[in-house]
Design a protein around this ligand. Structure first.
Ligand SMILES: *[C@@H]1O[C@H](CO)[C@@H](O)[C@H](O)[C@H]1NC(C)=O
Length: 157
């Protein structure tokens, strides 16, 4: 095999193996086994639009079911951010404790986050102890909650 062809054949493997950048103090990222089903419950997520903008989990759902939240300026791709948020859900606490995750860009930090007054627009990853359904989302202000990905993780254990 020509060396460059060999390298090209390796590239997808290298890309798949590229480690996610862990954030200090967050749940560890644990890959979701293929035997689990992962669905995206965002409105219109399965209607051919790759980016879902302008929906946030409703505040009551967040109050009742939030396990963990992190807001950050990401140094990796959106796909990697989304993968990490999903895998942190899978890695959170006891098996099956985290049932869904939500990540988007342009998410305002909540009031009191690390003692701040909030409202800073960051990439936000939220983990929940309940499944999200399309009915758990409400519209956000324009320009917020951009390029969102939500996941419900179903595993038989
Ligand atoms: C949303 O994603 C698109 C590419 O899919 C990108 O061009 C755009 O900058 C992203 N917007 C934000 C606010 O992340």
């Amino acid at each position: 095999m020509h060396p460059s062809a060999f390298l090209a054949s390796l590239l997808p493997l290298l890309a798949a193996a590229s480690p996610l950048v862990e954030r200090a103090g967050g749940p560890a990222s644990v890959p979701v086994p293929a035997s689990c089903a992962v669905i995206n419950p965002l409105p219109f997520a399965n209607c051919g639009s790759s980016n879902v903008d302008g929906y946030k989990p409703n505040p009551d759902f967040v109050t009742d079911h939030l396990l963990y939240q992190a807001y950050f300026t990401s140094g990796q791709s959106q796909a990697e951010d989304a993968q990490q948020c999903k895998e942190q859900c899978f890695g959170y606490g006891n098996p099956g404790q985290c049932k869904s995750s939500f990540i988007a860009n342009q998410v305002p930090t909540p009031k009191g986050y690390y003692g701040t007054k909030g409202g800073q627009l960051e990439t936000g990853c939220l983990l929940f102890d309940e499944y999200l359904s399309p009915l758990d989302f409400i519209s956000s202000k324009a320009g917020r909650y951009v390029n969102a990905t939500a996941t419900d993780i179903y595993c038989s254990r």
